[in-house]
Design a binder for this molecule. Structure first.
Ligand code: AMP
Ligand code: MG
Length: 425
């Protein structure tokens, strides 16, 4: 039997076999979490025109050179520029145009004075009463400041220049990215198709919710954790199936799963008398790339391909399945959808000593705490691969290297973040 493969090498083997999914056009309303399949380039500038940063008056700075608190300068208000409604005339010397935030700077104007720095004379002809139609205010305004040239003006293209690449292919679309795409008018946007994932859980002992447990039976948790992890990694879970510990039925369930982009079978992949997954995969023509990784929990992990399908056989223990998914499957799904599969890691200090033999790497479930010197990773007390509730309290997986004989309290350790909402995204 070949020795277990190191986790970094295993990850490289997986990523080397990823083929990105095709691009599709998706409306921005449905594109949250997707990744761009092409660079997003702005045709025109944003904002498209010079405009006001304040509510106030568009003016010529030179008209107000002598203005001050005690020496207001009067300007004739000749028009209004509202957001979405530019003024209809050019500003001349001695004039002001009332302007709203975001409204077009009228031609002839070079500066905006804030409404707070002015005083308006009443408009004696203004219509009154609830039915009065809107009429731009006319009259005079007294300005009490001498603004610098260009004050309170936002130039066209200050945010985005014409021709600028706003987002690169592969960018994950979060709220800011969706807003940026809307700003440049790219809707729908070209994004990678979600990888299709088929999940199979295996084991005679497994029961779904509501089924009577009976002697020796347990609830199937992997059929919930694995699809959840897959969806958070951007996948479309197309099926969740179950196979008993029987060769024919295992082969039938796996055969259906192999039509997806990624097939994940949980459990039954070890060397027990009743583990049929490896034999079934071989019969179905899946090629083994590696079996067994130097990782605890998660040793008996199998990876192979059939045609373009990536096939993962993950160990059935509820923690092992989550750790191996995060370590090997998640990077594959992200890379398949056009993203960067690098995991989010920080260096922390270990809160308490952790001992281990120098054989395989350990992924230690930890609670993270921030003190004045940085992150501290506290190993959770129950590290058994069957203790699923330890994942409820875990913030991160501390990665203790294979060749380490253990770490003392205070030693530096790399931790992979398990962001609660995104599981390490
Ligand atoms: P296996 O990998 O099939 O040898 O299973 C290892 C351990 O994980 C056994 O204790 C199984 O009962 C348990 N297990 C396997 N599959 C699941 C599952 N879907 N949900 C909960 N526990 C499971
Ligand atoms: Mg089993």
């Amino acid at each position: 039997m070949a020795p277990p493969i190191a986790i970094d090498a295993a990850r490289r083997e997986v990523l080397a076999r990823v083929r990105p999914t095709a691009a599709e056009e998706v409306a921005l309303d449905d594109a949250l979490g997707r990744r761009l399949a092409a660079d997003a380039v702005a045709e025109g500038p944003f904002q498209p025109f010079d405009n006001s940063a304040m509510d106030g008056f568009a003016v010529r700075a030179e008209d107000l050179a002598g203005a001050g608190d005690g020496v207001p300068v009067a300007l004739d208000v000749v028009d209004e520029s509202r957001a979405g409604h530019p003024a209809g005339r050019v500003l001349a010397a001695g004039e002001a145009i009332a302007i709203s935030t975001g409204a077009v700077l009228p031609s002839g104007a070079d500066t905006v004075v804030r409404v707070e720095d002015t005083e308006r004379e009443a408009d004696p002809d203004a219509p009154t009463g609830p039915d009065a139609a809107f009429r731009p205010w006319v009259g005079r305004v007294l300005v009490r400041v001498a603004p610098s040239l260009g004050a309170n003006v936002r130039r066209a293209g200050e945010d985005i220049a014409a021709g600028e690449t706003v987002l690169r292919a592969g960018a994950e679309l979060g709220p800011a990215e969706l807003g940026a795409l809307a700003t440049i008018g790219l809707d729908p946007a070209p994004v990678h198709r979600r990888p299709r994932v088929a999940v199979v859980t295996s084991g005679d002992e497994l029961r779904g919710p509501g089924e009577p447990l009976g002697p020796g039976a347990i609830r199937d948790s992997n059929s919930r954790t694995v699809p959840g992890l897959a969806r958070l990694a951007g996948a479309d879970v197309v099926s969740v199936d179950w196979a008993p510990d029987e060769p024919e039925a295992t082969r039938a369930a796996l055969g259906r799963a192999l039509d997806a982009d990624v097939a994940i079978v949980c459990g039954g992949v070890s060397v027990g008398e009743h583990d049929h997954v490896k034999a079934a995969l071989a019969k179905l023509g899946a090629e083994e790339i590696f079996w067994r990784v130097a990782l605890k929990p998660g040793g008996p992990t199998w990876f192979g391909t059939r045609g373009g399908t990536l096939v993962f056989g993950l160990p059935g223990n509820p923690v092992s399945v989550m750790v191996t998914f995060l370590t090997f499957v998640r990077p594959a799904l992200i890379s398949m959808a056009g993203g960067d599969p690098a995991t989010r890691r920080v260096t922390a200090r270990l809160g308490a000593a952790y001992e281990k033999p120098t054989d395989r790497a350990h992924a230690v479930r930890c609670r993270l705490e921030l003190d004045e010197r940085g992150w501290v990773a506290w190993p959770l007390p129950r590290q058994g691969s069957h203790v699923l509730t330890s994942m409820l309290a875990a913030d991160a997986l501390a990665l203790v290297p294979a060749d380490s004989a253990g770490l003392a309290a205070g030693d530096a350790v790399e931790v992979e973040l398990l962001d609660r909402s995104t599981m390490g995204r």
